[in-house]
Design a protein around this ligand. Sequence first.
Ligand SMILES: Nc1ncnc2c1ncn2[C@@H]1O[C@H](COP(=O)(O)OP(=O)(O)OP(=O)(O)O)[C@@H](O)[C@H]1O
Ligand SMILES: [Mg+2]
Length: 577
Amino acid sequence: MFKKVAPYIGEYKKYTVWAAILMSLGIVANVMPYFFLYQIISPLTKGEQIDLKFILIRVAAVAVCELVYSFAYVQGLTFSHVSAYNTLKNLRISLQGKLEKQPLGNIQNLGTGRIKKVFTDDIDQIELLLAHAIPEGIANIFIPLLIVVLMFIINWRLGLLSLVPLVIGLLAMGMMMKSGFEKMNDYYESAARMNNTIVEYVNGMEVVKVFNKDGDSYKRFGEVVRSYRDFTIAWYKVCWPWMAVYSSIIPCLALLMLPVGSAMVLAGTVTLDKLILVICMSFAVGPSLLKALNFAGKFPQLDYKISELEKLMEHPPLKEGTSEFKGANKDISFENVRFGYGDEEVLHGVSLEMKHGTTTALVGESGSGKSTLAKLLVHYYDIDAGSIKIGGQDITDMSLKALNEQVAFVSQEQFLFNTSLYENILIGKPDATREEVLEAAHRAQCDEFLERLPQGIETLAGDGGKQLSGGERQRISLARAILKNAPVIVLDEATAFMDPENEEKLNKAIDEIVKDKTVLVIAHRLSTVKNADKICVMKSGECIAQDTHDNLLLSCPEYRKFWDASVSASTWKIKEA
Ligand SMILES: Nc1ncnc2c1ncn2[C@@H]1O[C@H](COP(=O)(O)OP(=O)(O)OP(=O)(O)O)[C@@H](O)[C@H]1O
Ligand SMILES: [Mg+2]
């Protein structure tokens, strides 16, 4: 049952064991007072004389038992929490390790909301199971067992009698677990669906509002919330009858003892004082056993939850080598590269050579696979077939660190950390001096908007860079890439921010970055395309032509069409302006 959690508990297992021992001791201390009570009542029922000292000693013993109980229980809880939180820490670190080995693209696909939920909420739910269910569950099951054994020792008939409600209760519990299990997967899946939809709903709020999609989006939200309610109620409906049976029968032990035990006293098979003791003890069985059974129902969740967490990270890890970069130069070659995000192939055998120090432009319609090809060069995903090499060395042969030292990637979607813009640029080269950072910002044409910001380059970027405009965000990313000064540059130009003024600035910034580098640029700007050493025309995941601008105009009708459309769009833009 604890197979999945065992590797994460590790050395803290002893704390859980101690927690269970201390809690059991606490519960024994909680049961002991019945004996002292018995010692006082027994002589009284027989009409024997007892002195005050005898009574006071027992009363003091009861007080000591209560103290021991409080101490053992609190100390037990402390140990169980030490173990639980260390296990959660191990679980988080291990998941982080797995996450780090995942292809970056898969991480992006999971989404930050989902990942945050896994690392915080889902793992926190395990705390209840580890810190309470295991040690308290064990302690509470131990006590009823002990009491039943004691009852057998006091009087075997009464012992046997005590088993009747316990057996019925346990059978009902078993039935509940059996029927509950069948529905549990549906129930958890529905809970997961609801959580994911809520995360998506919150993340997509901006789009929802702008496009007046409140109605649609709320409909989906409402559907999953209602379906969660239905699954929960369906689950409880199956479990409730059995729950009612065991939770009403188990505490009935004392009620059963009273009439049968009285008859036995009258028949002379048991003495009155022993019956009183057994009845007193039977009061302690019910609550403990109910608590234990309640926790027992939670044990299976533990493995379920951990395997769910592991499943999320179960994509094969990225094929990452350990070598340094050993390439002869910075030539890049894609050879017959095939790749699909899922089952459907997106790139169908793309081959492309890029010579050291040249600029290659990728052009083609939206969805033709340009960004995908760029992401493959920075090893966001493993390819399905073919190879990608830099200077003759396969990128899967080198470590990601080595690859990252060679390549700077400015992607279509820019992410900025919510630290200062200065620190965001510094990521490009952590040991850069302040002058170098400012110089990079200057070359990336950031000066004009940095001057406008209240704290200049020390302004916080906002969550994910939201305080800046798209064009500004992209220029900060360019500054980062300029500072990094990697020999290979991959530039996925964003089209969205191309107002003429911004385009002019971006042109300048890009000209700065591409000097003497091997550059792969996904270009939407005519000047970049025209001046590229080579242009690769992409169509539906294939590279249908590659040549210079002039040659392609003559030989490739697709390119001609693209060029004509771009030229008319740009003249249209100029006329409008
Ligand atoms: N993360 C992803 N998961 C699944 N499919 C994806 C993912 N990213 C892209 N695709 C699919 O792969 C194909 C190629 O997408 P890609 O982003 O490479 O196009 P693109 O040429 O860069 O388009 P654009 O010019 O609009 O940026 C598209 O059909 C797209 O739907
Ligand atoms: Mg793209």
